[in-house]
Design a protein around this ligand. Structure first.
Ligand SMILES: Cc1cc2nc3c(=O)[nH]c(=O)nc-3n(C[C@H](O)[C@H](O)[C@H](O)COP(=O)(O)O)c2cc1C
Ligand code: SF4
Ligand code: SF4
Length: 256
């Protein structure tokens, strides 16, 4: 079974491709994350966990969910990440999660997809030609992944040195402590009150109040699900997102 979380569609696409190639099924973790449902999941086939990479690592809220959810049936677990090009401690933490659960670690690999992080002045969303190129290049990687899983092999990620691991853990800590603020989020007058942002938030911190979203926590995962999926383009993050293009995965072929 392929379990996945996807804020903007990249990971859902990769998860579905792998599941199709393995003739297996997918399970979206969103509702479990939103509701704190940690009931057991059963699969006779190996578990394949598909996740986006945040700050080089497995997003904390997904790590907590995986650690708390019993995985029954198959004793083998693989990890597949989508990222914009850089995965680090995620590779080490995947092995740790497998060990904690007493499962056989099948390895992990990342697949490069378009960047979805828009709430900073750093790398933005790629242009349409680059998006098309990245999506086209990702599909063959899933062939290799599925073939490896089918024959019971090991996905081989690059080696992460201890120094890189420690640096990544520090960076993630810094990010969680100082950068994941919700205060700058707001909805403009274009908001139609559809409530999609509330339903998309994996942490369940957006509450519709008088047909308007309110960010109830002081920090969130910054997954970008709310801001990127808003059909009215009505969500902004302070001045950082104004006039910036939004991104959600739109299919294997994007218009240039
Ligand atoms: C909070 C956050 C942090 C991210 N950090 C990284 C990173 O460290 N390395 C990287 O290559 N991509 C990073 N990305 C980009 C995403 O991993 C990438 O776009 C991913 O495919 C998004 O998947 P989704 O569409 O399934 O949510 C980050 C995205 C977010 C939202
Ligand atoms: S998704 Fe956008 S339009 Fe819908 S309620 Fe949220 S901010 Fe408003
Ligand atoms: S508030 Fe938006 S960015 Fe933050 S976790 Fe929820 S959906 Fe993701």
């Amino acid at each position: 079974m392929v379990l996945y979380f996807s804020a903007t569609g990249n990971t859902q696409y990769i998860a579905q491709l792998i599941a199709d190639k393995l003739a297996d099924q997918t399970t979206d973790l969103l509702e479990r994350l939103r509701t704190g449902d940690h009931s057991a999941i059963h699969s006779d086939s190996p578990f394949v966990i598909c996740l986006p990479v945040y700050v080089g690592d497995i997003p904390c809220f997904i790590m907590e969910c995986l650690n708390s959810t019993p995985l029954k049936g198959s004793g083998k677990i693989y990890f597949v990440y989508t990222c914009a090009g850089y995965t680090s401690s995620g590779f080490r933490h995947a092995k740790k999660i497998a060990g904690t659960k007493g499962m056989e670690y099948g390895g992990s690999l990342s697949v490069q997809m378009p960047n979805n992080y828009v709430a900073s002045n750093l790398n933005g969303i790629p242009d349409d030609a680059k998006i098309k190129e990245l999506i086209a290049a990702a599909e063959p990687v899933t062939d290799e992944i599925a073939a490896t899983i089918r024959r019971g092999g090991t996905l081989k990620s690059r080696h992460i040195t201890l120094a890189e691991h420690v640096l990544c853990i520090f960076t993630y800590w810094f990010w969680r402590t100082f950068m994941q603020r919700t205060k700058p989020f707001y909805a403009t007058k274009n908001c139609t009150g559809c409530g999609l942002c509330e339903r998309k938030c994996p942490l369940g911190i957006i509450k519709m109040t008088d047909s308007h979203p309110v960010w109830t926590g002081s920090k969130c995962a910054h997954c970008m699900a709310c801001i990127q999926n808003c059909p009215a383009g009505a969500i902004e993050y302070g001045s950082k997102t104004q006039e910036k293009k939004r991104y959600t995965f739109k299919g294997s072929v994007q218009s240039p």
